[in-house]
Design a protein around this ligand. Structure first.
Ligand code: FAD
Length: 272
């Protein structure tokens, strides 16, 4: 089947095309979409892309960070303002993939991918969806819940609060091959301390459920505790609560459940 490439000047034109064409898919960096084309996926016949400058815009200087969905992992790595996100961006593939892979595409990447999305989830990011009527915003967690049904929406950007203390943000991806590989599991955590106690903890997992997820039981157990081995013991004990990890070629569901507590403890104590 011939493939049509449609390039728009604006995000709203791209969104309108996606909404009107059942067989359309949006092109971010193409690391997954073009692989699907090369593998003979015929579920779509129109590829939509945009040259709207807003799509790749970065506002990183203030307390609220705004990133266009077309921002690539390599751009994150080139930004000093976003140094706390470098471990997450560096976890995505090799240099060639990182020079193409976008934040927007990562939000749609299926297991075992989506590592950057895990970091955004721990930052409580909000997702902007473009349509011909304008832009609406929703929490990333809500977006992920509806993701299977939202294939033809256009994500235009994400935004989140810069952590007041960048060292409160932690990220670790466990792989079987080093230095790179797909995730056995991924954890991102924001553990701000006030007076030596954790206040407003957020913990997110990748590869522990069909989509990246918040570890709510862990977050509750961390609240008000010191960031010490004793302080986090209750959180580690409930590390697997609410998870539904898949079994794949990298690890079994059983293994992921067994190891998540160990990796969580190491991440929180700064041992990874
Ligand atoms: C060799 C290799 C290694 C990889 N390693 C990793 C890894 O370690 N970790 C990881 O997380 N991922 C990995 N990936 C997967 C992928 O590169 C990343 O997830 C990347 O961020 C996807 O972004 P993209 O812009 O390339 O997406 P694309 O391929 O352009 O798109 C992927 C899907 O998302 C949709 N989409 C893209 N952008 C938007 C948007 N703005 N609005 C609506 N829909 C959109 C597309 O229509 C498509 O369905 C790897 C891929 C390869 C080929």
């Amino acid at each position: 089947m011939p493939l049509q490439l449609r390039t728009t000047d604006t995000l709203s034109e791209a969104a309108a095309l996606l909404a009107s064409e059942r067989a359309a898919r949006f092109l971010g960096g193409g690391t997954l979409l073009m692989r699907a084309v090369n593998e003979g996926d015929v579920s779509f016949s129109v590829i939509v892309r945009t040259r709207d400058p807003a799509f790749a815009r970065m506002r990183t200087a203030g307390t609220r960070i705004e990133l266009g969905a077309g921002v690539r992992m390599a751009q994150i790595l080139a930004s000093r303002d976003l140094a706390f996100l470098h471990p997450a961006a560096r976890a995505i593939g090799g240099p060639a993939v990182r020079s193409m892979a976008t934040i927007g595409g990562n939000l749609f990447a299926e297991h075992p991918y989506g590592d950057f999305t895990v970091a955004l989830l721990a930052l409580d990011a909000r997702v902007q969806l473009a349509s011909s009527l304008g832009v609406r915003e929703l929490a990333l967690e809500e977006f992920l819940r509806a993701r299977g049904r939202s294939e033809r929406v256009l994500v235009s950007g994400v935004s989140f609060e810069r952590p007041a203390d960048p060292s409160a943000f932690r990220f670790h991806k466990m792989t079987r091959t080093h230095p790179k590989g797909a995730a056995v599991l991924t954890i991102a955590a924001l553990v701000p301390l006030i007076g030596g106690r954790i206040v407003g903890a957020r913990v997110a997992y990748g590869a522990m459920a069909p989509t990246p997820m918040r570890a709510r039981a862990v977050e509750r157990a961390l609240e008000g505790r010191p960031l010490t081995a004793e302080g986090i013991a209750a959180a580690v004990a409930v590390a697997a609560e609410g998870t539904d990890p898949p079994t794949d070629a990298l690890a079994s569901s059983w293994y992921r459940r067994r190891v998540i507590g160990v990796m969580l403890r190491r991440l929180l104590l700064g041992e990874t």
